[in-house]
Design a binder for this molecule. Sequence first.
Ligand SMILES: Cc1ncc(COP(=O)(O)O)c(C=O)c1O
Length: 399
Amino acid sequence: MEKIGVGYAYVSDIEKKYVNEALDASRLSQGKMVHRFEKQFAELHSQKYGIACNSGTSALHVGLEALKEKYGVKEDSDAEVLVPAITFIATSNAVMHAGLKPVFVDVDPVTYNINPAEIEKKITAKTIGIIPVHTFGQPCDMDPIMEVAEKHHLWVMEDCAEAHFATYKGKKVGSFGEIAAFSTYVAHTITTGIGGVITTNDRQMMEISRSLIAHGRACTCEVCLASDPTKVCPLRMQTEMDKRFMMVRMGYSYRVGELEGALGLGQLENRDIIMGNRKKNARYLTEHLQDLQEYLQLPAAPDYVDHSYMMYPIVIRKGSSFKREELTHYLEKCNIETRPMLPLLNQPIYKELFGDIEDEYPVAKWIDHNGFYVGCHHGLSKAQLDVIIDSMHKFLAEK
Ligand SMILES: Cc1ncc(COP(=O)(O)O)c(C=O)c1O
């Protein structure tokens, strides 16, 4: 039997058509496809600007560097950024890549997202911002987060890597903070293979981000970025040095090319199939695993959020007579792929960097040791979902 994986790339004729168009145009670096993808992606998340880049981690890093520039944060400021104690390691790594200090905040035991009630306890005179992470497609409780941010004059950058198109009280994730970072890595919902997108409504943030992903270029207009030989940027020759090749900040090489843009465009056209099937599959799993709730905590979303179900997270309840590994090993033997649920504070590298701090975060600790996820992606058939459901029932019947 084919493995029931956690991720899936749906490549339809639409993606193939756009990729072939890009190949036929003989332009592989950034061009029209990338710009169309960025524009559509941003619009679909209620934002003016989208900047495609080569990973979700780059998107986070650039977002942080842009915020630092906008607010004049000095390199040696010891500034602190609040991040949830449960997230993929890239969130807090990006804070360190930007020379800032991540300060962890415990998470909510039901949504697994940053717990707004814990945020204020972690704010110090050095705190400059908050990164709420919408884990697994479940939007964070944004009202109290925005309230506390406003009260303490902190910026908010949303990590939407796992939550394309999710909404909170009717508003798209990515449209609450000043800037947002998405990943389009293959296990995520809309994919370009590997990649990411920065979104923002702020023109200054867009210009800094565009410059940063392209070595720190002075001019980030579409003509210069796409090196369109048929057009000339009006600013190009206004200075002694051609503006296209003038570097004004320490930048990176985080761009993507036309093939990624073409894939992304196709995926956006298929978004209703992708998102619709995921939600349907997650609902089916919840419906048929309900009777195991005594042992397994299933995802639960309040009715004011639209969860985009990147994965299907499960946490073994306290007091259960079996360990997570017994269940996940059993599922793996049944050909069902499982992954631990975003362990962070107990990662060897974080223990080395931050010490043994897990006990200070009781909810995160419970999840680190008892949480895992299975797939609910758009490629799963009803028969495969039934294998997941039956295997969990069989395992628990033997306990
Ligand atoms: C919450 C979160 N943030 C950031 C990232 C980093 O994205 P990428 O793998 O595209 O760098 C991921 C990736 O899995 C993620 O889950």
